[in-house]
Design a protein around this ligand. Structure first.
Ligand code: PBG
Length: 328
């Protein structure tokens, strides 16, 4: 007796045309934010050993990279400074120096490539002798004094021309304080992409090498970053940051926290971004170099997963490679 199967999912998988017709999500260069490391050192380019293919670049070369982003159709870049250890202090004043490395890079890029959006990082770790994102007094990360410092830092970045401020510090009250200060200073259109659900993660290791914060960090960041065991708290943090004036929110790290991306998008419908962090990048690159994975295929699949999980965009060190591939 012939058996009739009514629902054959394979019917729509038969040819590339049929598969393309029913594809639910797409990845385009405009989904990407490209994080880059800027340095003042003697070498214009220094490879980051734990992030193969990623280099710290001088301001001149960062401008070139921003031009490359524009040519590839990548709408935004994100700047992280590698700060001279001599400039790191207890009070972190370099963070709000109008002429610090990050602000100089912002101005240089704005001059040369105004069409690329510049995102900056608002957190004290590059400037802190303790490597923490907030100010440390007697071994404690003090919240409110840190917020005051972060507001000064945010204003200096907005003044330099940053389009998107990325507070990654996880202090309480920082979004509201920054938003109020920005409004008062006339920076009404500066956007805030809050690192709202940022976990205390071991996946940040290679990044801390890249910005020279690994050696500096005393202890861990568990008194301000999230416990990886928590999900409900992420929704409360996102609600809080949106209420305080964030325009967009982020989940970080990315792939291990795709469940959080999905629930944030479903609960709020706000522009939601994920950060595919340094450790995620390093894993894919390392397995690729060992010949254990098809690096390029895994790169593309890992990024599509963020779109499927509801993200509007992804911060990824793969950005130029992915964009070039998508454009080809
Ligand atoms: C610091 C900051 C970190 C990252 C972005 N901003 C590290 C940390 O919180 O220790 C991590 C990015 C990555 O791992 O790629 N405020």
């Amino acid at each position: 007796m012939t058996q009739h199967i009514a629902t054959r999912f394979r019917r729509l998988k038969r040819t590339p045309a049929l598969r393309a017709m029913v594809q639910e999500n797409v990845l385009t260069p405009s989904d990407l934010i490209w994080p880059m490391f800027v340095t003042d050192g003697e070498n214009p380019r220094t490879p980051v050993p734990s992030m193969p293919g990623v280099e710290r670049l001088s301001v001149d070369l960062i401008v070139k990279a921003a031009e490359q982003a524009r040519d590839l159709g990548i709408p935004a870049i994100c700047l992280f400074p590698y700060t001279d250890p001599a400039l790191k202090t207890q009070d972190c004043q370099e963070a709000w120096n109008p002429n610090n490395l990050s602000n100089r890079a912002t101005r240089a890029i704005k001059d040369a490539v105004p069409e690329v959006a510049i995102m900056t990082d608002v957190a004290l770790d590059p400037y802190n002798i303790n490597g923490h994102d907030g100010i440390v007094r007697d071994g404690v990360i003090v919240n409110d004094e840190s917020v005051e410092a972060l507001v000064k830092m945010a204003l200096a970045q907005a003044e330099a021309g940053a389009d998107i401020l990325g507070p990654s510090d996880m202090m309480d009250g920082r979004i509201g304080a920054m938003r109020t200060a920005l409004e008062a200073a006339g920076h009404k259109d500066t956007t805030i992409l809050s690192y709202a659900a940022k976990y205390a993660s071991a996946y940040y290791g290679p990044f801390r090498d890249a910005v020279g914060a690994s050696g500096a960090l005393t202890g861990d960041k568990k008194t301000y970053q999230m416990n990886p065991a928590n999900a409900d708290e992420a929704l409360r943090l996102v609600a809080r940051d949106l209420e305080e004036g964030a325009d967009m929110v982020m989940v970080k790290p990315g792939q291990p926290y795709l469940d959080i991306c999905r629930s944030v998008k479903d609960a709020f419908g706000a522009p939601t971004f994920a950060y595919q962090v340094s450790g995620e990048y390093a894993q894919i690159m390392a397995a690729g170099q060992l010949g254990w994975l098809d690096e390029e295929a895994v790169m593309m699949e890992s990024l599509m997963a963020f779109k499927r999980a509801g993200c509007d965009g992804i911060l990824t060190y793969f950005a130029p490679r992915v964009a070039a591939l998508l454009n080809s």
